[in-house]
Design a protein around this ligand. Structure first.
Ligand code: ZN
Length: 40
């Protein structure tokens, strides 16, 4: 788990959640599952 600190935009606490990301690169689609992201 990372420490995100407070959000630099709204100043609220940032928590880590996992999300799925679709990423298209050079015509290939990559799907990343359970990517940690900070959400506030
Ligand atoms: Zn925020």
């Amino acid at each position: 788990m990372h420490e995100y600190g407070d959000c630099s935009f709204c100043g609220r606490e940032v928590k880590e959640e996992v999300a799925a990301l679709d990423y298209c690169y050079k015509g290939n689609l990559y799907v990343f599952r359970e990517v940690p992201v900070g959400v506030c």
